[in-house]
Write a protein that binds this ligand. Structure first.
Ligand SMILES: Cc1cc2nc3c(=O)[nH]c(=O)nc-3n(C[C@H](O)[C@H](O)[C@H](O)COP(=O)(O)O)c2cc1C
Length: 235
């Protein structure tokens, strides 16, 4: 698959078929993704891959906690890092609202339907039905440049998944269950959970998969200086 097709066809998939993903595929993706660059070649990523009984067991643990205390949602055990700044300024606030509206419109959940929104949000903790759940962690001593490196690793995983016909969804929501996840994984104290990633075969018929988050035009975020007119790239 051409890298441009991998980029163009990736989207955050929030409904998966239960078709298993064999371990060699997951190993191949995670190993190849380590070609991602990192400042100083620190390679600050660590990844935990769950499937089968391990995945079922973690999901059951979280589901039991939610069933016992539904009022804990959406915050769960509390995020271990601020996913967004407390005051999300423009244009970020509006972009977030737009994508939220598109997501909930796709599944017919009205803006004022808080239980409906929370139900959808809780699907995060089922990995949206994916047969593989990944967790990405990083050493606590590292800073934002290394978190950025981890992001590049994760994006490379997402694009390599496309080469196998697979889809993904990044899941910062898992930080809300960081205590449960860290204990389940046996995460060392010096590591912090960044996010989860659902991995599997997309359910093509699920309405939640059948919309696309918009992007701003190139002119709004790229500034060019000093170029001379050249032939356009072939698409
Ligand atoms: C690091 C990261 C964490 C994310 N966390 C969540 C999440 O917890 N739940 C969710 O439904 N989507 C999550 N997303 C998906 C974003 O909402 C999505 O990437 C964005 O709206 C753009 O849509 P697209 O990925 O379909 O192009 C996350 C994405 C990234 C990169």
């Amino acid at each position: 698959m051409d890298v441009r097709d991998a980029v163009a066809t990736r989207f955050s998939c929030r409904a998966f078929l239960d078709t298993p993903v064999p371990e060699p595929f997951v190993r191949d993706i995670l190993a190849r993704a380590a070609r991602a660059p990192s400042g100083g070649n620190l390679q600050p990523w660590r990844v935990y891959a769950l499937a089968g009984d391990a995945l079922r067991s973690l999901k059951a643990e979280v589901a039991a906690k939610i069933a016992a205390h539904p009022e804990l949602l959406p915050r769960g055990e509390g995020a271990e890092y601020p996913i967004y700044p407390p005051e999300l300024k423009e244009p970020f606030f509006t972009r977030q609202r737009v994508v939220g509206r598109m997501l909930y419109d796709a599944i017919g959940v009205a803006r004022e339907d808080r239980p409906g929104r929370i139900r959808q949000y809780a699907r995060n903790f089922e990995f949206f039905g994916a047969p593989v759940g990944l967790f990405f962690t990083i050493d606590r001593s590292l800073g934002s440049p290394q978190w950025s490196d981890l992001g590049m690793y994760i994006q490379t995983v997402m694009l390599l998944a496309r080469a196998h016909g697979l889809h993904t969804c990044g899941q910062e929501a898992w930080t809300h269950w960081h205590k449960t996840v860290s204990a389940f994984l046996g995460l060392p104290d010096d590591h912090i959970l960044f996010c989860g990633l659902a991995l599997g075969h997309a359910d093509p018929d699920a309405p939640i998969n059948n919309w696309r988050a918009p992007r701003e035009p190139l002119e709004s975020f790229a500034i060019f200086h000093g170029f001379s007119p050249e032939a356009a790239p072939q698409s």
